[in-house]
Ligand binder design. Structure first.
Ligand code: N01
Length: 489
C-alpha cells in the first residue's frame, strides 16, 4: 500500500478540539488523511482557553511564542496574551484551516476500547465510531479540584471554581474571597484588587513570584509585525525568550546550577524590594525553594496585595458558612463571592473516559501506580493510540504549543509506519517504557520539583511526574522515534 492510499483509508479519531487536537486535525488534513473525526465535549474549540475565563486570565508565555509555528499572529495586544485573545486566535485558526467540519461538538467520548484490531469509541449520547488510530488530545489541567472544606455548600453568596467562572455574578464593589495562591489565584487577585470593596486572599502556602513585563504592543509595533513577516517569525523564536527557556530548564534539572541561583536571587529581590510592610512580607515569604512549585510570573501581584482593599489571610480555613469563610482563629470573614482557585486533578489526562487496550487491559489499571507513557506519547498494549501532552511531558513554564508541535512531528512518523503499510499496529514495547520510566523517575527526584514542597507536579508517591531533563533533550527525542523501542506488528 502506498502511504497516500493508506492516509486516504485510515480512520483517525482525535479526542478534544483544544490547542493540541486542533493541531492534530490541521496536520492530518495537510498530510492527506481523509477520514478524520474530532470529538469535542463542548460546543466550541479552545480547550483550556474556552473553559478558563476568570478575570485577569493571561498566559505567562510571551504571545508570539504562544502561537502555532505555521500561524504567527501580528495582532497580539500585549507581550503576554490575554486569555480571551488566545481563545479568539484558536477560533480564527479553526476557521482558516477548515477543520470545523471535521469536529463533532457536544460529543464527549466516554469509552474507547481496542477490539479485533480497531478502536471502538462511544460518546455520552450513544454515538459509536470505529477508528484505526486514536489521538488523545484531552489536555492536562481540566478536571477542577474542589477543596474539602466543611460547610462549602452552605454559602449563601456565589461560589465557583475558577475554571467555571460565573459571569452573571457582579464583582464591582463586592466582598470577594479567593482561595488558593497558584497562578490562577494570583492573576485573579491582581485583576480584582481595585474592583472589590474587600478582597481576601486565603493563602495556605505562599509563592515565589518572578517579575515580568507585560506592556501592550504599540500600534507601530503591530504594524511592523503585519508588514514584515520575517520580523513576525523572529518574534516567535525570539532569541532572548529561547535563551530564557533554556536557562529555566537547566535550572529545573540542576537545582544547584548558577541558573537556579539567578532565579532564586531574582524572586527574593522581588519580594524584598516590592513589599514594604515587613509583616506582609513575612506572610508572603515561602519556606521552600523557588520553582519547586510551578513558578508564578506576575507583573503586579505584590502591587495588588498592597492595595487597601486587599488582605492576605494565612489562618487556616476551618469552614465555609452561610455568610463567609471562618478561619481557625474563630473569625468569620463575611463575603459575597468566593472563587475557588484550588487547581486541578493533574493526573486525569483522558480520564474519566473508560479506555481499554489490547487483551482487555484497562487504562485505570495500567496507571494504578501513576500515569505513565513512553516519552509522554505511547503505551504498551494501547496500539495506535497516541497522546499529545500526555503524562511525563515537559509541562512547565514554556509554550505547550511548541511542545505539542514537536510531539506531533514524532507521532506523524509513527503514523507513517501504518499508512505506508509497514505494519498495522504501533505501540511502545513494555521494556522500553519500563526503562524510560525508571530513568525518568530517577532524574525527576533530583529536579527542583522534588526539593521539598507540595505541588500538582507530584504524583501520589510524591515523585515529580514531569519531564526531568532539559528542553534540548526533549527536542532531540522528538526529532525521530527509535523504532527499535516499538512493536510494529
Ligand atoms: O492551581 P494550583 P492553579 N484550602 O494547583 C490551594 C496553569 N496556569 O489553577 O499550595 C486552601 O497551582 C493550594 O494551596 P497549596 C499553570 O500550569 C497557568 O493556580 O497546596 N487552599 C494552591 O495555592 C498552573 O500551575 C496560567 O498549599 C487550597 C492553590 O489552591 C496550573 O495551571 C494561569 C486548598 C492551587 O494552585 C494550576 O494553577 C493559570 C484548600 N483546601 C493557571 N486546596 C498562566 O499561564 C488547594 N488550595 C499564567
Amino acid at each position: 500500500m502506498s502511504s497516500e492510499a493508506g492516509r486516504e483509508s485510515l480512520r483517525v479519531v482525535v479526542i478534544g478540539a483544544g490547542m493540541a487536537g486542533m493541531l492534530s486535525a490541521i496536520r492530518l488534513k495537510e498530510s492527506g488523511y481523509k477520514n478524520i473525526k474530532v470529538f469535542e465535549k463542548a460546543d466550541r474549540v479552545g480547550g483550556t482557553w474556552r473553559e478558563n475565563t476568570y478575570p485577569g486570565l493571561t498566559c505567562d508565555v510571551p504571545s508570539h511564542a504562544y502561537t502555532y509555528s505555521f500561524e504567527p499572529n501580528p495582532d497580539w495586544s500585549h507581550i503576554m496574551p490575554p486569555g480571551a485573545e488566545i481563545q479568539s486566535y484558536f477560533e480564527m485558526v479553526s476557521r482558516k484551516y477548515g477543520i470545523l467540519p471535521l469536529i463533532e461538538f457536544n460529543q464527549e467520548i466516554v469509552s474507547c476500547a481496542y477490539r479485533d484490531g480497531v478502536w471502538q469509541l462511544a460518546t455520552k449520547s450513544g454515538q459509536k465510531t470505529t477508528a484505526d488510530i486514536v489521538i488523545a488530545a484531552t489536555g492536562v489541567l481540566h478536571v477542577p479540584r474542589y477543596p474539602h472544606i466543611p460547610g462549602i455548600d452552605d454559602f449563601e453568596g456565589a461560589l465557583f471554581h475558577t475554571s467555571r467562572w460565573d459571569h452573571q455574578v457582579p464583582l464591582d464593589g463586592m466582598r470577594i474571597g479567593v482561595i488558593g495562591t497558584g497562578s490562577t489565584g494570583v492573576q485573579i487577585v491582581s485583576a480584582l484588587c481595585k474592583r472589590a470593596s474587600k478582597l481576601l486572599h486565603f493563602q495556605r502556602t505562599p509563592q515565589w513570584i518572578m517579575p515580568i513585563e507585560n506592556r501592550p504592543f504599540t500600534e507601530a509595533e503591530k504594524e511592523a509585525f503585519r508588514s514584515d513577516y520575517a520580523l513576525l517569525k523572529y518574534m516567535q523564536n525570539e532569541p532572548e525568550y529561547l535563551a530564557n527557556v533554556e536557562r529555566f530548564t537547566n535550572a529545573i534539572v540542576n537545582p544547584e546550577s548558577p541558573e537556579m541561583a539567578e532565579i532564586e536571587a531574582t524572586v527574593l529581590h522581588n519580594l524584598e524590594a516590592n513589599v514594604t510592610d515587613p509583616a506582609l512580607r513575612e506572610k508572603l515569604r515561602p519556606n521552600y525553594r523557588a520553582a519547586c512549585k510551578r513558578l508564578i510570573f506576575s507583573p503586579d501581584f505584590y502591587h495588588a496585595v498592597q492595595q487597601p482593599a486587599v488582605e492576605v489571610i494565612t489562618d487556616k480555613i476551618s469552614a465555609i458558612e452561610a455568610k463567609g469563610v471562618r478561619t481557625a482563629d474563630g473569625k468569620l470573614h463575611e463575603l459575597d463571592v468566593i472563587a475557588l482557585a484550588t487547581g486541578f486533578h493533574a493526573d486525569r489526562f483522558m480520564r474519566p473516559m473508560n479506555i481499554v487496550g489490547r487483551g482487555g487491559i484497562a487504562l485505570n489499571d495500567f496507571w494504578a501506580d501513576r500515569p505513565k507513557a513512553h516519552l509522554a506519547i505511547s503505551m504498551p498494549d494501547f496500539p495506535n493510540f497516541f497522546m499529545l501532552n500526555g503524562p511525563n511531558g515537559p509541562v512547565g513554564n514554556f509554550s505547550l504549543i511548541d511542545i505539542a508541535e514537536q510531539q506531533w512531528h514524532y507521532i506523524d512518523q509513527l503514523l507513517e509506519q501504518i499508512a505506508s503499510g509497514k505494519c498495522r499496529e504501533v505501540c511502545v514495547k513494555k521494556q522500553a517504557l519500563e526503562d524510560f520510566d525508571a530513568a525518568r523517575i530517577d532524574a525527576a527526584k533530583k529536579t527542583i520539583f522534588g526539593s521539598g514542597c507540595q505541588s500538582w507536579y507530584l504524583d501520589d508517591n510524591g515523585v515529580p511526574a514531569t519531564w526531568p531533563w532539559t528542553q534540548q533533550h526533549f527536542i532531540d527525542e522528538m526529532s525521530e522515534p527509535k523504532f527499535e523501542d516499538y512493536e510494529l506488528i
